[in-house]
Write a protein that binds this ligand. Structure first.
Ligand SMILES: *Cc1c(COP(=O)(O)O)cnc(C)c1O
Length: 387
């Protein structure tokens, strides 16, 4: 055995938590209705807004990202509302399913897995809606199941001045790739703690435009825990309606400080280097990528397993031999692809190590590749664009 306790955790969530963030969470509890928390929630809410590039209201729930997706449905979509759900994979499907569960009349526009949504298709569908019956458009920023990023700006422009609310799942994209909540006029944007925010799972965020706030006032869907009207009323007093995840708030404050220091646009540039390193490295090994360069995510890279070799066998061996953790494919992509997560607190050298481990594992499994090809290519990219 030649392992540290800490794994090479290259998942698209949860992502590695920096040591200083871990330490910051080991603090005593405070009164969540006292002055210290009032200061804390004000500070982290402002910090999260900077990552969102927004002046809109931001609400923080103790939840997995899916909780915020549900909140984005029950506060802004009423039973019977027509919803246009754009899906390019598992998470797009999930958003559509949640809307359906809460009584929306969902029309799905599906694009093949591995591709991005075509804004022109959405433009055409919106143009047909002369009676303006569509009440919301829901779309995924970064589709984590395939490693494809949607062109949210163009899709928003395609919806134009149609009054439908524009609701975005940016759980795995925000803080890793550019997303301009205000400039692009995004009404509701959902995110979560365990991806680019570098803290453990358990916090979910929603940024809410003034227009969406007005819709929420009249929304007839059932909700209690997820009610943003109540959350915002308490936020004015520096509180949350129910007990907040205090330790995660400490971690969030620390992580936001790191993000502020580095600068959000530098963080985005760093993630683009991750993407370019991993893609070039994997290609140099002779493996195929699921997504095209034009639509490739900076948060993760989906790799098609070599012919006749299951993706999960490669993953298992990476774990057993080198303590490297990467993600598998979901649903119909299970055992077909593996996904290398590279968002948040990832080091360039971690990526070189993982590419080196991958090459060794592939050789051990009988794939005809030359050791070092992928690593060399990634090193070249890193020296050109990174460090
Ligand atoms: C991770 C993720 C979510 C939320 O997942 P949870 O397991 O509920 O935290 C939602 N959407 C996308 C695109 C994600 O990557």
């Amino acid at each position: 055995m030649n392992f540290r306790e800490e794994q090479y955790l290259l998942l698209p969530g949860p992502t590695p938590v920096p040591t200083n963030v871990l330490r910051s969470m080991a603090k005593p509890m405070i009164n969540h209705r006292g002055p210290e928390f009032k200061e804390l929630i004000a500070e982290v809410t402002e910090g999260v807004k900077k990552v969102y590039k927004t002046k809109n209201e931001v609400v923080i729930f103790p939840a997995a990202g899916t909780g915020a997706m549900e909140a984005a449905v029950v506060n802004f979509i009423s039973p019977g509302d027509k919803v246009l759900a754009v899906s390019i994979g598992v998470f797009g499907d999930r958003f559509a399913k949640i809307a359906e569960e809460f009584g929306a009349e969902v029309e799905k526009i599906d694009f093949p897995w591995g591709q991005a949504a075509d804004p022109e298709v959405i433009r055409e569908r919106i143009a047909q809606d002369r009676l303006r019956e569509i009440k919301a458009v829901v779309v995924t920023h970064n589709e984590t199941s395939t490693g494809v990023v949607n062109d949210i700006k163009s899709i928003r422009e395609a919806v134009g001045d149609h009054p439908a609310l524009f609701i975005v799942d940016a759980v795995s994209g925000l803080g890793a790739m550019n997303l301009e909540t205000d400039k692009w006029n995004l009404d509701v944007v959902v995110s979560g703690s365990q991806k680019a925010f570098m803290i453990p799972p358990g916090l979910a965020f929603l940024a809410i435009s003034p227009r969406a706030l007005r819709v929420a006032k009249n929304c007839s869907n059932r909700r209690y825990y997820w009610d943003i009207n109540s959350a915002l009323k308490y936020l004015e007093k520096g509180q949350t309606p129910y007990t907040p995840a205090l330790s995660l708030f400490y971690g969030l404050r620390e992580a936001l400080e790191m993000m502020e220091k580095e600068g959000i646009d530098n963080i985005i540039a760093r993630h683009a280097v991750y993407r370019d390193m991993v893609r070039a490295g994997v290609k140099a090994m002779g493996l195929k990528l699921l997504a095209d360069d034009r639509v490739a995510s900076s948060s993760l890279t989906s790799v098609i397993a070599p012919e006749g070799l299951g993706a999960n066998r490669i993953r298992r061996r990476l774990l057993e031999r080198f303590n490297v953790v990467i993600a598998g494919g979901q649903q119909k992509l299970d055992d077909v692809i593996f996904r290398i997560g590279h968002l948040g607190n990832v080091l360039y050298l971690d990526l070189l190590a993982v590419l080196a481990a991958l090459e060794m594992v592939l050789v051990e499994l009988g794939v005809d590749i030359e050791l070092g090809r992928g690593v060399t290519k990634a090193q070249e990219i890193l020296m050109q664009k990174g460090v």
